[in-house]
Write a protein that binds this ligand. Structure first.
Ligand code: MRU
Length: 367
C-alpha cells in the first residue's frame, strides 16, 4: 500500500532519500552521513530542521536539496504564514548552501505559488507545491534516464564486453527524489540486462562515491569497483573507461558545468584520452541567468572535512580519523567548474544536447 504522498518510484531499489507521508506536517529523510554503515531515517518537523539537514549534509545532492528546501518553506508556513515570516524562511533556507541552483529554484517556485494567496491558504499550497516538485523530479530523472540509456546502448553496441562507465560523487537516487541523474541511465541499462560495470570514484573529502554511490550500486547488484579519484586518468589512458557521466549542481547558459570538486580533472583526462564526458542535467539545474561558470558561487566548507575521514572502526563504531598532523591547514572547495568545451553532451529530460546552443534549442521557452 503506497501510504505517502511521495511519488511512486521504480528505480530498482526500495530506499528513498525523502518521504512525505500523506497529510503529514513533517518529512522523513535518510541520514546520508551515516551511510553505508547505518541506514537511519531522520524526521524533519520544522524549517530549522530542514535547513540544518541541508547545511550539515544529512541530505545532499542538488535536486534533493531543492525538494527539502521546498518542504522546509512549507514547514515554516505551517508555523507563521505572514509575508515577513515567509521572507525570513526563504532567506534562511536559501543561505544553507550557495552552489546548487535547485535550492533557489525550488524556494522561488514555492514562494511564487503561495504569496498571492491569503496567509491561511499558504501552508497547504506550499505542501502541495513541494510534493509536485518531488514528483516532477522523479519524472524528470526517469525521462533523462531513458535518453541516457539510448546513449549507453549506442556506445555498448561497439563493444563485446561490459560497458565501463565512470562516475564521480553521488548523483544517484540518494541525491534526488528517485532514480538519480547520472545513475538513471545506468540503473535502466542494468535493468534491461545490459552488462555494465561502474568505476566509482571515492570523491574526497566527504567520500560520496565510496559511501553512497557504491552502496546504491550494491543495492541493485550492479557490478562496480571503487577507485581513488586520482586513478581516473590512468584507467582512461588504459582504455578501461567507455564513458564518464556525472551530475551537476549548476550549469551556466554557455554550458559551463559546476559539479563536485574533481569533476574538472576527470573532464580533462577524458578529453586527453578521447573518452566521452557526459553531464546528466535535469532542467531545474540550468541557471539561464549565469552567463558562464565564472558567475557560479563555489561553496568553501570547513577544512576539517579534509583533515579527517569518516568511516567504521574495527569496533563497528562510526568514527572520524585524523589523517594529517595536528595544526595542519586545509582548503576545502566543494565544487569546481568544467568549461563547456570539455563536455561531450548534456543528457536532459528532453533529450541529449551536444552544446549550449542545442541545450537552448531544447528549452525554447527559457532561451
Ligand atoms: O556536496 P554534495 O554531495 O551536495 O554534491 C553533490 C554533487 O556534486 C552532485 O553531483 C550533484 O549535486 C548532482 S546530484 C543529482
Amino acid at each position: 500500500m503506497h501510504d505517502d504522498s511521495s511519488p511512486r518510484v521504480t528505480d530498482g531499489a526500495a530506499y528513498r532519500a525523502v518521504r512525505h507521508p500523506v497529510a503529514a506536517h513533517f518529512i522523513d529523510v535518510l541520514d546520508q552521513r551515516l551511510l553505508p554503515h547505518a541506514v537511519q531515517t531522520r524526521r524533519l518537523a520544522s524549517a530549522d530542521d530542514a535547513a540544518g539537514a541541508i547545511r550539515d549534509m544529512v541530505v545532499r545532492g542538488a535536486p534533493l536539496i531543492g525538494a527539502v528546501g521546498a518542504y522546509g518553506l512549507a514547514l515554516a508556513l505551517d508555523t507563521d504564514a505572514t509575508d515577513a515570516a515567509a521572507a525570513r524562511a526563504h532567506a534562511m533556507l536559501d543561505a544553507t548552501r550557495p552552489t546548487a541552483v535547485n535550492l533557489r529554484w525550488a524556494l522561488d517556485r514555492v514562494r511564487a505559488r503561495v504569496m498571492p494567496l491569503s496567509p491561511a491558504l499558504r501552508a497547504r499550497a506550499a505542501w502541495d507545491e513541494a510534493d509536485a516538485i518531488a514528483a516532477e523530479d522523479v519524472a524528470i530523472n526517469a525521462a533523462l534516464g531513458r535518453h541516457g540509456l539510448a546513449l549507453l546502448r549506442e556506445i555498448a553496441r561497439e563493444r563485446d564486453r561490459p560497458l565501463h562507465v565512470m562516475t564521480h560523487c553521488n548523483a544517484g537516487a540518494l541525491a534526488t527524489c528517485g532514480f538519480g541523474t547520472a545513475t538513471a541511465p545506468i540503473f535502466l541499462a542494468h535493468g534491461e540486462g545490459m552488462p555494465v560495470h561502474v568505476w566509482v570514484s571515492e570523491t574526497r573529502p566527504r567520500l560520496q562515491g565510496a559511501h553512497l554511490t557504491a552502496w546504491e550500486m550494491a543495492q541493485r547488484a550492479i557490478p562496480h569497483t571503487l577507485i581513488v579519484d586520482s586513478a581516473s586518468g590512468l584507467l582512461m589512458r588504459r582504455g578501461d573507461v567507455d564513458l564518464v557521466i556525472v551530475g551537476a549542481d549548476r550549469v551556466a547558459a554557455n554550458g559551463d558545468v559546476c559539479n563536485k570538486i574533481g569533476t574538472y580533472d576527470k573532464a580533462l583526462a577524458a578529453a586527453d584520452n578521447g573518452v566521452p564526458f557526459y553531464v546528466a542535467l535535469p532542467s531545474p539545474t540550468i541557471d539561464w541567468n549565469a552567463a558562464s561558470g565564472e558567475a557560479i558561487p563555489i561553496e568553501a566548507r570547513a577544512g576539517d572535512e579534509v583533515l579527517a575521514v569518516r568511516g567504521r572502526a574495527a569496533s563497528g563504531a562510526a568514527d572520524a580519523v585524523a589523517i594529517a598532523a595536528e595544526g595542519t591547514r586545509a582548503l576545502n572547495f566543494a565544487f569546481d567548474v568544467t568549461p563547456a568545451r570539455l563536455v561531450t553532451g548534456y543528457v536532459t529530460e528532453r533529450g541529449v544536447a551536444n552544446d549550449a546552443a542545442a541545450l537552448r534549442a531544447l528549452y525554447p521557452e527559457r532561451a
